[in-house]
Design a protein around this ligand. Structure first.
Ligand SMILES: Cc1cc2nc3c(=O)[nH]c(=O)nc-3n(C[C@H](O)[C@H](O)[C@H](O)COP(=O)(O)OP(=O)(O)OC[C@H]3O[C@@H](n4cnc5c(N)ncnc54)[C@H](O)[C@@H]3O)c2cc1C
Length: 509
């Protein structure tokens, strides 16, 4: 049984968690008695399931929502929210140590209070989870069931001993941390996102396995809390998939802050000696052994498909999750899927966006398509790395010629005033046009900045139009406008330049 399934039992760590459970899985909750078929039965109350259930119910559908653990899913309980809250406090400590660079005095003793940081995280998590408490869902007209759901037929689901019949169903069961197959790791013990936010003390020495988003975010945060962090990544770069120079800036930032960066490195064995975890790391056939207090794994996420008896409903799935078509319909036309259980890009915003498509397609003859979504994403390190649309390599593979407009953040006034000048804005257009193919932003507020480009792509605006947008001055998003200005300057052809020059010469007479 995965830890995630048992979280309701594993909590509470403190009174914030106790409060959270009262809202997200009330101990004495009485499941409703099902009456007649539902328009929509949703399995999983994470971002995808909650969005679908709320939206369908608000449109008058008879909706059931089944959750085996805590309402809010990974995002609120063991994902986005706790990680971002912890990162914020870690940054505070980084800023304190950096006070000298801002004309301030660095405090003599920056004492890290890890427990207070974790308490703050729990307070925030509890506050955010209130919005989707069991009570509020029920009062929103949703039949909420707690229990493990599984399909008993093509139009029925079994949950907590009751059979729920449906016209349409949504599988929104999310994903769980993938465990690396490293001999000795399970015996030695490890942390994943499902357990690391329960830590009472900051480990002195920490090995993070995996240099994807989770690994990089957590390695940086724990390093800023004062842990001695070793980040091991099998690939030659962090954030595989991102543009190389973006990943390089992150790699340099991590190293500068004190993370021991081990690229091209595989963790091949773990064992415990005298209370310490010893890990064997191999690079270029050379083995080194390190001793750490804790090991965090962040090598990816696997869809939650086990135990759903999808075979009973004729729903096809594999190791990548439930198979869906572009309309998010599974191989059973009554059943749809949304979120991490079926998507390659496992994010809260994609979970919510796909859930909205499902409600329209499943209940109202909609024809919303997954392929039409414009999906940005962001890695919340310092600097942040955000991306939307195509990467230049993808475009070229599809035979699309690419022209890139680049602005370095050290040329953006606000980045300088704020001492956040690392990074760049890169906007890729189809060569010979202003059609935006994609963009990567590496900056302190890249996640906010990328939204202008997402909006432009979504609404079919070209880069030319972004040059017309007036920004309050000074803003870091000016980097986007500067890239658009660079494009516009290329449109000033020599013919128009000559004409303008002649006109101005004439008007001086
Ligand atoms: C550490 C970490 C940080 C993250 N940070 C970000 C971020 O900053 N931004 C971002 O966009 N994304 C982030 N993510 C990803 C984000 O959390 C997920 O993409 C999102 O939660 C997916 O939503 P979902 O509804 O598809 O699934 P989940 O949130 O996984 O919810 C699925 C729900 O289904 C329930 N369930 C599963 N099986 C059954 C069953 N058989 N019966 C009943 N219930 C069941 C589960 O208990 C769970 O509550 C992060 C993830 C992690 C791990």
């Amino acid at each position: 049984m995965s830890h995630e399934k048992t979280r309701a039992a594993a909590f509470p760590v403190d009174r914030n968690d106790a409060e959270l459970i009262r809202g997200a899985h009330p101990p004495h909750w009485r499941n409703p008695d099902p009456t007649g078929p539902y328009n929509l039965v949703v399995i999983g109350a994470g971002p995808a399931g909650l969005t679908a259930a709320r939206e369908a119910a608000s449109l008058g559908a008879k909706v059931a929502l089944i959750e085996r653990s805590l309402i809010g899913g990974v995002c609120i309980n063991v994902g986005c929210i706790p990680s971002k809250a912890v990162i914020r406090t870690a940054r505070l400590y980084a800023d304190m140590r950096d006070a000298g660079n801002f004309g301030g005095d660095t405090p003599k003793h920056v004492r890290v209070d890890f427990q207070r940081a974790m308490t703050r995280m729990r307070q925030i998590r509890q506050r955010i989870s209130r919005a989707d408490s069991a009570e509020s869902l029920a009062s929103g007209g949703i039949d909420l069931y707690f229990g493990e759901a599984r399909f008993s037929g093509p139009d029925s689901i079994l949950a907590a001993g009751q059979t729920l019949h449906f016209r349409k169903a949504l599988v929104a069961t999310g994903a769980h941390a993938r465990l690396p197959t490293i001999p000795g790791l399970t015996e030695a013990g490890y942390l994943s996102n499902e357990t690391m936010f329960d830590l009472a003390e900051c480990p002195r020495r920490l090995l993070v396995i995996g240099g994807g988003q989770l690994g990089c975010e957590m390695a940086q945060a724990f390093c800023l809390f004062g842990a001695n962090v070793i980040l091991a990544q099998r690939d030659p770069m962090f954030l595989p998939g991102e543009e190389r120079d973006a990943a390089q800036i992150l790699s340099d930032a991590l190293a500068r802050e004190g993370v021991e960066v081990r690229l091209n490195t595989e963790v091949v064995a773990v064992r415990t000696v005298g209370g310490k975890k010893l890990a064997d790391l191999v690079r270029d056939e050379e083995t080194t052994t390190i001793s750490v207090d804790e090991i965090v794994t962040g090598i990816g996420r696997s869809p939650n498909v086990d135990g759903l008896d999808l075979e009973n409903a004729g729903v096809v799935y594999d190791a990548n999750g439930v198979k869906v078509d572009d309309y998010l319909r599974t191989t059973n036309p009554r059943i749809y899927a949304a979120g991490d259980v079926c998507l390659e890009h496992k994010f809260t915003h994609t979970a919510e966006a796909t859930a909205r498509i499902v409600v329209r397609n499943a209940l109202f003859f909609g024809r919303g398509k997954l392929s039409e979504l414009v999906v940005p994403w962001c890695t919340y390190t310092d600097p942040e790395i955000a991306h939307v649309g195509l990467y230049p390599t993808e475009a070229r593979q599809n035979g699309v010629p690419v022209k890139t407009y680049t602005v370095l953040m050290h040329d953006v006034a606000r980045a300088l005033t704020d001492g956040e000048e690392e990074g760049f804005v890169k906007i890729h257009v189809r060569e010979g046009s202003d059609r935006i193919l994609g963009a990567t932003v590496v900056a302190a507020h890249a996640g906010e900045m990328i939204n202008a480009v997402s909006l432009a792509i979504r609404s079919g605006m070209g880069l030319h139009a972004l040059a017309d947008v007036i920004h309050p001055f000074p803003m870091q998003a000016q980097g986007i406008k500067m890239a658009a200005d660079a494009y516009r300057r290329t449109r000033l052809t020599s013919f128009w330049k000559q004409l303008a020059g002649r006109w101005l010469a004439w008007s001086r007479r």
